[in-house]
Design a protein around this ligand. Structure first.
Ligand SMILES: [Zn+2]
Length: 419
């Protein structure tokens, strides 16, 4: 006898049910019905016979079911383009340890309204895409993505490996166009983000040493790389007295460039309007390395230079300073730096005098460069990533969300394991 159409239909359904049951790794539960509607596929789940359910708090097997709650719904990964929704009436079990508790769901965390598979897929995508973009991709709202990412980060921070840290870099990143700042700490050897703090004050950064690192882990710190403008040096001496403070090369160069810029702006203010016209668009000429300039650019630079002797001095001072990074012998580097500071102090350029004074009072953290040669430049890529995270989200409104997004994209945290 040929199978009837009716028979075939149920047979397909059984196949789908088995497929979904296997996909969800159900052992104490089973799929009883699958129904296709216009916008989604509904999967009904029920308890499998008298199999023992587990407590949602401690995951211990429980003998007694206390009661059956009303039906709940979970979003799962879509099948092709069809959204998948699970429906189930949760049981409350009598746990010998915890009392009456909602059972443990093998497909989702107790609090979640999406399955573990979906929330992990969302978390993976949110590392690359904005939260808005991720939400759109999975047909969720922004808030759900935010919740998923924050939970993933909490899990990741609890479960991440903490090998000894030897070389760290402390830096700041701005949120909302330089109005609010966060402090980030990197492991410069492993090139991974260790910690993010809300604000850039000493008090805001202290928890990194006291909570994240603790006494024991602070002892392994050998080098701490930071900006000499920043307020953390005291903090480092206090909590990691064995570590060498190294003022970051990239920050020093940034301040040097700012000094050149300050000289240029000062001149600009003094120039007549006619002179200004030929001066326009020359800022970058001065910031570029001379050997990278084309002939026409060199010509422009030389006219510029004839007009502005202070700018010439600034420019040569800048070039001369950069030699410091190339010395291999500490005493030569030191000699060069001392000479440079003296000539900067005689330069009659206020910005350079200020810079030189700053160097002079931070020598103990600048001279070790010849021996250590690390800088926050190693994690420049990560700093740019943080900027783009901030940018693509049009500036996070709360520090909490921004911090979660930074951890999520830069700290290489482990994701929750799917059971
Ligand atoms: Zn329990």
């Amino acid at each position: 006898m040929f199978p009837t159409k009716e028979y075939e239909r149920t047979r397909t359904e059984v196949l789908i049910e088995t497929f979904i049951r296997k996909q969800l790794h159900l052992k104490t539960h089973t799929v009883t019905k699958v129904e296709e509607t216009d916008e989604c596929m509904l999967v009904w789940i029920d308890r499998l016979g008298r199999r023992l359910l587990r407590c949602g708090v401690c995951r211990q097997r429980c003998l007694e079911v206390h009661d059956i709650r009303k039906e709940r719904e979970w979003r799962d990964l879509s099948m092709r383009k069809l959204a998948l929704k699970l429906r189930y009436r949760p049981r409350r079990v009598e746990c010998p340890r915890c009392g009456v508790r909602v059972e443990d769901f093998p497909w989702a965390e107790p609090w979640a309204r999406v399955t573990a598979a979906l929330s992990n897929a969302v978390a993976v995508l949110a590392r690359e895409l904005s939260w808005q973009g991720t939400a759109r991709q999975y047909g969720l709202n922004w808030k759900s993505v935010a919740t998923i990412v924050k939970r993933a980060v909490q899990y990741g921070l609890r479960h991440r490996k903490r090998p000894p840290v030897h070389v760290i870099g402390i830096d700041e990143v701005s949120r909302r166009k330089g109005q609010v700042y966060l402090t980030v700490v990197y492991d410069l050897e492993r090139r991974v983000l260790l910690w993010v703090g809300d604000d850039r004050t000493e008090e805001a950064v202290r928890p990194f040493f006291t909570k994240e690192m603790g006494l024991r882990r602070c002892r392994t710190l050998q080098v701490v790389c930071l900006d000499m403008w920043a307020a953390y040096a005291k903090l480092v001496r206090q909590h990691a007295p064995n570590a060498q403070i190294l003022f970051d090369r990239f920050h020093i160069v940034k301040h040097l460039n700012e000094a050149v810029d300050a000289v240029r702006r000062e001149l600009w203010r003094r120039l007549s309007s006619k002179e200004r016209t030929s001066f326009q668009g020359t800022r970058w000429l001065l910031l570029k390395n001379p050997w990278n300039l084309k002939d026409s650019q060199k010509e422009r630079l030389s006219t510029l230079v004839q007009w502005n002797t202070p700018l010439v001095r600034a420019w040569y001072l800048k070039e001369a300073f950069q030699l410091f990074w190339t010395y291999k012998q500490p005493w030569r580097a030191q000699q060069h730096l001392y000479k440079w500071i003296r000539s900067a102090m005689r330069s009659k350029l206020d910005a350079f005098k200020k810079f030189a004074q700053m160097l002079r009072s931070h020598l103990a953290g600048i001279l070790p460069w010849t021996k250590i040669r690390v800088s926050n430049g190693a994690v420049e890529g990560m700093n740019n990533k943080i900027k783009s995270i901030n940018h693509r989200s049009f500036g996070f409104r709360t520090a909490e969300n921004f911090i979660a997004a930074i951890y999520h994209s830069c700290a290489r945290l482990p994701l929750p394991v799917e059971r």
